[in-house]
Design a protein around this ligand. Structure first.
Ligand SMILES: [Zn+2]
Ligand SMILES: [Zn+2]
Length: 277
């Protein structure tokens, strides 16, 4: 049993890497991939916490953007020591940080001040993002839910929105390959015109598609399976677990990815590592 899309406190998840491994074991999983946003800092801790027979795959989730909106790219079996990759992640994290500060400034100008210390405390040392700001706004009583904070203030076009320079979808695939990993298009349900996006990414070597996902209805899964088979793309899946009892978020292990996904990802990543050597 496996789950190939999970987040820890290293980014915006609520369980530490060790707690995530413990929960995974409790519910009977034997393999998880940790795919935190823009950081690999939770992976070693999780691997150290893992007992023998339990595998933690080194993953990442990158945020790319194009005219159609957000495109998330998952990377699997990445080389954690790749300097180019780690430098790029560091830059993404500092862009996130400065962006969050600018959002806080905009909120203050709107007479909705949020304490920066409180935002940092909510993020618990992880990469600060809009969800943390939204929770601080909720605590301050400005909104009644994270959703409302996004809809009224934080989302693209909102009064406290701040744009962030981001990777193109092509660059996100290339960066994952530089780190010797396999690149998989995350949750195509949230990609505007996912068919066109997949076609666009095939020439740069997209390796797979996240077919099984909590918000993917059976018809979409069937369509993605057919696309994957037509283009020899690896089919993966995961719950996008962020923590227990989070409204609108799925439970760890709640979807069943194809059983051969890990082997396929490893084989593909081994190819990239060989070609670089
Ligand atoms: Zn995502
Ligand atoms: Zn995710």
């Amino acid at each position: 049993m496996l789950d190939l899309h999970t987040h820890t406190t290293a980014s915006d998840g609520q369980l530490t890497p060790a707690q995530l491994v413990e929960l995974a074991r409790e519910i009977g999983l034997d393999t998880i991939a940790i795919t935190d946003h823009d950081t690999t800092s939770g992976i070693i801790q999780a691997q150290e916490a893992a007992p023998s027979g339990f595998e933690v795959i080194a993953g990442i989730e990158l945020s790319a953007e194009d005219a159609g909106g957000d495109v998330h790219m998952l990377g699997y079996c990445i080389d954690l020591d790749n300097a180019i990759f780690q430098t790029a992640l560091e830059e993404f994290r500092s862009r996130r940080y400065f962006r969050a500060q600018k959002i806080a400034e905009k909120l203050a100008a709107l007479e909705l001040p949020v304490e920066w210390d409180r935002i940092e405390a909510i993020a618990e040392g992880g990469a600060i993002g809009r969800p943390h700001i939204a929770r601080a706004m909720m605590e301050a009583g400005y909104v009644t839910s994270v959703k409302e904070a996004f809809e009224r203030f934080l989302e693209n076009g909102g009064p406290a929105y701040v744009a962030r320079k981001r990777l193109s979808p092509e660059e996100s695939v290339e960066l994952i390959h530089i780190a010797g990993g396999a690149a998989v298009l995350a949750h195509p349900v949230y990609v505007k015109d996912h068919r066109a996006m997949i076609d666009r990414l095939l020439p740069v070597g997209l390796d797979g598609i996240e077919v099984v996902y909590p918000d993917h209805p059976p018809a979409l899964q069937a369509e993605l399976r057919a696309i994957a088979q037509a283009h020899d793309l690896i089919m993966t899946g995961g719950s996008d677990f962020h923590g227990l009892n989070l409204p609108g978020k799925a439970m760890l292990g709640s979807v069943t990815p194809p059983a051969d996904a890990v082997q396929a990802l490893k084989a593909r990543a081994a190819d990239y590592s060989q070609h670089r050597a």
